[in-house]
Design a protein around this ligand. Structure first.
Ligand code: URA
Ligand code: SF4
Length: 206
């Protein structure tokens, strides 16, 4: 299982995006509505990487347009990170879910390590195309996909670390996923800590 054979050898985001429509690199395309590719422009200073599209994103075809995205948008504004200079994407490009026993509600399921690895070539292609100054990893799935499975967000959040592809240069920063804030017992302090991490990110590219 891998997306590799579907990823064209190009740094054109529009060519990558249109090729991703037809990706069959793992089984997740089957039940999802559509591929949700990254949004933003080449040369964005910051790339934000989430886990996978949620229910709203699956329907609309754009990353971070649901409740977690709204919270993220507010935190970015408050941290002074201009959305125009940001590229938003996910480690996995299709929504993984199960159906609630009753009713039609679709419940998010975490992608497996196999699915993360299968989809990883798309993120590598996005990194090569966008060439951001800093990659902000939202949550453990994104952090471990990029920084390795030994990485612990709880221990290392909010710190500038080198990207494995470019050792020596601090170019990544991991923090929690915005949806974890929506579930937190103390939402306000979880939100403040998240915002503080984004301020560190903003200062790193200022
Ligand atoms: N959560 C994510 O990780 N990505 C999205 O695009 C939306 C919610
Ligand atoms: Fe391809 Fe990724 Fe979708 Fe799997 S999740 S089909 S690898 S785009």
């Amino acid at each position: 299982m891998s997306a590799a054979e579907y990823v064209p050898d190009t740094v054109s985001l529009s060519r990558l995006r249109s090729a991703a429509v037809d990706c069959r690199g793992c089984a997740l395309y089957r039940d999802a509505t559509q591929t949700v590719f990254g949004a933003g422009e080449r040369g964005a200073r910051v790339m934000l990487v989430g886990e996978q599209p949620g229910d709203r994103e699956d329907v609309e075809g754009e990353p971070f347009v649901g409740p977690a995205g709204r919270l993220l948008g507010r935190a970015l504004d408050e941290a002074g990170l201009d959305r125009a200079g940001i590229y938003l994407t996910n480690v996995v490009k299709h929504f993984k879910f199960r159906r609630a026993e009753r009713g039609k509600r679709r419940i998010h399921q975490k992608p497996s390590r196999t699915e993360v690895l299968a989809c990883r070539p798309w993120l590598s292609a996005e990194l090569a195309a966008v060439r951001p100054g800093l990659v902000v990893l939202l949550g453990a799935t994104a952090a471990q996909a990029v920084l390795g499975t030994d990485f612990r967000v709880t221990r290392e959040r909010g710190r500038l670390v080198p990207l494995p592809e470019e050792p020596g240069t601090p170019r990544a920063l991991a923090t929690v996923h915005p949806s974890s804030i929506l579930r937190a017992e103390d939402r306000e302090s979880a939100y403040q800590a998240f915002r503080a991490d984004l301020i560190t990110a903003a200062n790193a590219v200022a």
